[in-house]
Design a protein around this ligand. Sequence first.
Ligand SMILES: Nc1ncnc2c1ncn2[C@@H]1O[C@H](COP(=O)(O)OP(=O)(O)OP(=O)(O)O)[C@@H](O)[C@H]1O
Length: 342
Amino acid sequence: MDAAAVVPAYAVELVHLTKRYAPGTPPAVDAIDLRIPAASYCCLLGPSGCGKTTTLRMIAGHESVSAGDILLENRNITLLGAADRGTAMMFQSFALFPHLSALDNVAFSLKMKGVARAERHQRAQELLERVAMGHLAQRKPGELSGGQQQRVALARALITQPRVLLLDEPLSALDPFLRIQMRAELRRWQKELGLTFIHVTHSQEEAMALADQIVVMNQGRIEQVGRPREVYNAPATEFIARFMGGHNVLATSAGKLAVRNDHMLIAPATGEALDNGNLPGTVTDVEYQGTYVLLGLRARDAAGEREVSVMLPEAQFAALPYAPGDAVELSWLHDNAHPLLA
Ligand SMILES: Nc1ncnc2c1ncn2[C@@H]1O[C@H](COP(=O)(O)OP(=O)(O)OP(=O)(O)O)[C@@H](O)[C@H]1O
């Protein structure tokens, strides 16, 4: 068999990867294990301080590892220098050199490696053509739009022919409109290039739009790994249900459940005692959102009073409207309730 034709199933494997910045402090990354399939889009997602940037920087070789291993296509790269790993990094707001042309920005790392001028310019020009920026190769970053700068940043990251592209909040400096446009481009490039992308974000919306695999981190640990639909529809923990949004966390005698707010069933209170597991509630807020109406409620579950939200299609709300102060009953279908780990 031709050894070169064997493509490893995993681009990156993290084995008990740990980072402790100072002795006696809790680890920023706490013995995480993760496998990232080759040619996939992986998003590391979590709130500020959860350890996602530290994880990315350890994969890049910009941060030392306290314990554990990092494998790239079955090679142990834990102790290799950043330039020798087969990874490249795309930074927040792209970090282009403002005084260099797009071409020289892209060619920069080849210059550092001592590649001759003609060759590095030819390779940089080819990459700029590939991201539809060939005609703007002589412009400086300040003369390019945000989207064009992103393409230059991508070309610059790709010039070292990495196997894995690491992206650290690459869209966070863009305005919301451009962010959505550029998100679609990132996704398209990843598929076209057939590379593995590992993208750090604190935005669950961004992760859901981009990822084949979402890795949700909390306090230095991985809480859940799955496809966006799996993580959104069946959050494993209360933290994930709250962080992903759009869920109610409800206490029942059988433990805590997550129910999507568009899966909640609502009906006017009958005035009779509830012995069927339905929750009594009062509407506190009605928010029109176009195709949906979002109701805020105070409800009583097995643990006491809590805020609950219910998302109703506009037509359903129009047929049976609710107003603040209305007494209601809340319920859900068994299949739409996801038990949460404590
Ligand atoms: N250079 C450092 N020295 C000491 N502690 C650090 C350092 N960098 C990060 N930390 C700590 O490690 C933990 C994880 O930080 P990290 O930057 O990886 O989180 P993050 O999830 O990427 O957050 P953010 O989205 O805010 O960047 C935090 O408690 C942070 O304060």
